[in-house]
Each structure stands twice: as C-alpha cells, then as structure tokens.
Design a protein around this ligand. Structure first.
Ligand code: PLP
Length: 400
C-alpha cells in the first residue's frame, strides 16, 4: 500500500475518546486547541488483524479469568528471533500490566532503600519517579550531546558507580528522548562496567521495534550483547504496546534469563500481588506479532519521513535549532536554547506555536529549553508544528 493510502486508511481523529494526549490538553496545558505532539502513542489505528482478533473476542462476550496460551509465547519468541535475533525461552517470560509498573516492582525486588540506582540523563521521567518514590538514591550520568549525536560518558559512569555504590542501572534502549540505539560496542562497554562493579541491569527495551534505519542502526537487546555474556545480570522489560499502539490494553513483559533472579522476582511478586493477565492485551499482542509486521514497516516509513521533514526544514530555516539524530523511537528531541530563552519556553511552545510537547526539564532539570515531539502521527500535524515553530522563531527575531 502506498503511504498516502495507508495514512488515509489508518490516521484517525482521536477527539472525545478520553485520549490523554488530545482530550486532556485543557487540563494539562490550559488550552484545548493545541496540536498534541506529546505522550508516546500514535494517531494510527492498529493493524487490521489486531482489530479483527479483538472483535472476535468481544463477540464471544465473556472476559473471565484467563491464562497466557502457548500461542502467545510462540508469537513473542518468534517475533524477537525474527526481528532482533534475540532467542528467548518461555521460562524466562513473566507478564506485567505496564513497563512502568514493572520498574517499580523490580526496584523493590532487587534493591533496598538508600541503594544507589543509576540512570543516564536526559531520560524518560518515570525512571526518576520510580527511584525517588521508592527512596532509593538517584545517581545520574549525563549523556554528552555531540552535535545532536548523544554519547555515553563512560568515565563518568564508572566514577558514579564507584562513588555511590550503585546496585542497579536502569537503561533505556533505544533511548527516549535522545533517539539513540546503542551499538553493541557501547552496550558491551556499559555492561562490562556493570559486571566489574556487580551492578544489576534493568534494560527498558519498550522501543526495541522502532528502528528508523534497521541496516545502519539495528537494535540489539542487552540479553544478546557479546553473545549473551551479560544475560545473567540483565532483566529486560518490553511490550507490544509502543510498537503497535496498544498502551491502554496493559500487557507487558519482564524477561529474566537467570534462574536465581527469576526465583527472587517470583517470590517478590507473590508477596505483592496476584498476577492476572490482560486477556484483550494478549489477544491484541499475539495478533500484532503474527500479522502486524507490514503495518509496522509502514509506520516506520512515516516516522522516518516525518523526521526528515523536521530535520531538513529546521536545517534550512532555523539552523540554530539542534535536532538530535533519530536512530530509534518515534520521538524527536530538539534543543531550542540558541533561539529561545529557556525561561520562556512554555510560553513560546504553547502560546506562540500552539503546541503541546514534552518539555526538556521533565527528562532532566538541566534540559529546560529542549522539547520532545512525537512523530508517530499524521504528517499534517508535523508540517503544521514545524511551520509554527519557524514562525515563532521568526517573530522572536523580529522582536529583537
Ligand atoms: C522508555 C519507556 N518505558 C516505558 C514506557 C511506558 O510503558 P508502559 O505504558 O508499559 O508503562 C514508555 C512510554 O513512553 C517509555 O518511553
């Protein structure tokens, strides 16, 4: 299907559906008429095979307690192998009702109050909350922005691990919001540092499938790095939700290869809660893994084109704006500090540009003046957003 036909068929107006992104604009930003470029979900309907599978279950009309069928495991294992060369075993897989929920459970399972937990900033803000809410010690290492290409400061990571007796590292791979897919070399260095210092790793791989150029920048799971050398100290959390736009169906995975860590997790979860699965979430996820690949490739092409539009327009008309290189995720990260006073960024973005975005300081206090735009949307919104940003910058200049 060509892209225009795909967009026509799948792009959908979400107003009046209790969409957090669109229907909570007034509550969150004080203006219901902004273009919603925040929250990481999409304006595209899910693959038709997913809708059909859900419709068949809804027609049955009963939603009693369920278990996960073997066919779900098979679909997930097959997807990971086919798409990423990741070989999972059924025994390793546990289920959650969302990756963030699982982060809270995992922090409680493997660390004690006061323990150091490391994150690389700027990063998805619930990482900060999960560490602070559980009274662990927040340890941060800032990524280095080398002309839009973010890199890990390995010396700083090593020093921070040692100085703070870090017990746990929570990594974001691919990294939201800076769009990096870590290379195997970077991952090997990072995980070797964790190994040397006996640090456990939670690898949040929810964006694993959102590879912008799979040939140039392929995703590699922390479980696969260096032929699985680190698999015994890595816990992966992922889900079909980001890939296939299923967030509200509350179905995610916790993947633990090491038997002892798995036993520890199972014991902790038994103490905390009973583990029910989301039947609709799993029906949707299985259908997506089995029949959603062509749909995903169409989405990735749209995201890629949207990104190139943002990048080329800003390079041509506002080259002071730094656009981070987008390798993974559908989120683009813009540094506007060279043209907008960071203290006025909210007024600029909302009042002048008419946009709702995720603000830089949500991802790290020192990032005020950066914004994150969601590109998994109808190109018409991206074009309008870029035009509004360019007009906004032009009017700031003329006011100077
Ligand atoms: C890195 C990362 N982890 C987790 C989530 C949310 O996952 P869930 O909705 O399963 O809690 C997001 C959503 O944007 C994310 O970017």
């Amino acid at each position: 299907m060509d892209q225009a036909t795909f967009i026509k068929q799948y792009a959908t107006n979400r107003a009046n559906t209790n969409s957090l992104k669109w229907d909570a604009l007034d509550q969150r930003y004080g203006n219901p008429d902004l273009i919603a470029m925040w929250v990481a979900d999409m304006e595209f309907q899910v693959p038709q095979a997913v809708t059909q599978a859900l419709q068949a279950r809804v027609a049955h009309g009963i939603y009693g307690y369920s278990y996960t069928p073997d066919s779900y495991y098979d679909a997930l294992i097959d997807w990971e192998q086919r798409r990423h060369g990741l070989r999972l075993e059924k025994d390793w897989i546990r289920f959650g009702t969302g990756v963030v929920n699982s982060l809270y459970a995992l922090i409680n399972t493997y660390t004690q109050p006061g323990d150091g937990v490391l994150i690389l900033t700027p990063v998805y803000y619930p990482f900060f909350n999960a560490i602070r809410d559980n009274h662990r010690q927040l340890v941060t290492s800032a990524l280095v922005n080398d002309h839009g290409h973010y890199q890990i400061d390995f010396d700083d990571v090593a020093a921070k691990i040692k100085a703070n007796e870090v017990r746990l590292f929570i990594q974001c791979s691919p990294h939201n919001p800076v769009g990096r897919i870590w290379t195997e070399e970077e991952e090997t260095k990072l995980l070797a540092l964790c190994e040397e210092n006996d640090v456990l790793v939670i690898s949040d791989e929810i964006h694993q499938d959102l590879e912008i150029d799979r040939t140039a920048h392929p995703f590699i799971s922390a479980l696969t790095v260096a032929n699985g050398r680190f698999a015994d100290r890595v816990i992966v959390v992922n889900a079909p939700s980001k890939t296939f736009n299923l967030a509200s169906l509350l179905n995610s995975h916790v993947i633990i290869a090491n038997e002892q860590l798995r036993a520890q997790y199972d014991a902790a979860i038994n103490r905390l809660s009973q583990t029910e699965v989301s039947v609709l979430g799993q029906i949707a996820g299985e259908a997506a893994y089995r029949n959603g690949e062509a749909w995903l490739d169409q989405i990735l092409a749209i995201v890629r084109d949207n990104y190139h539009y943002v990048q080329s327009q800003l390079a041509a008309h506002a080259p002071q704006v730094k656009v981070a290189e987008l390798q993974g995720t559908y989120l683009t990260w813009l540094d506007l500090r060279a043209c907008v006073d960071p203290a006025t960024i909210h007024q600029f973005v909302q009042d002048q540009c008419g946009l709702a975005v995720d603000y830089g300081e949500w991802f790290s206090p020192d990032q005020q003046g950066c914004i994150r735009l969601n590109l998994a949307t109808d190109p018409k919104y991206v074009h309008q957003a870029v035009q509004n940003i360019l007009n906004g910058i032009a009017s700031l200049k003329s006011a100077d």
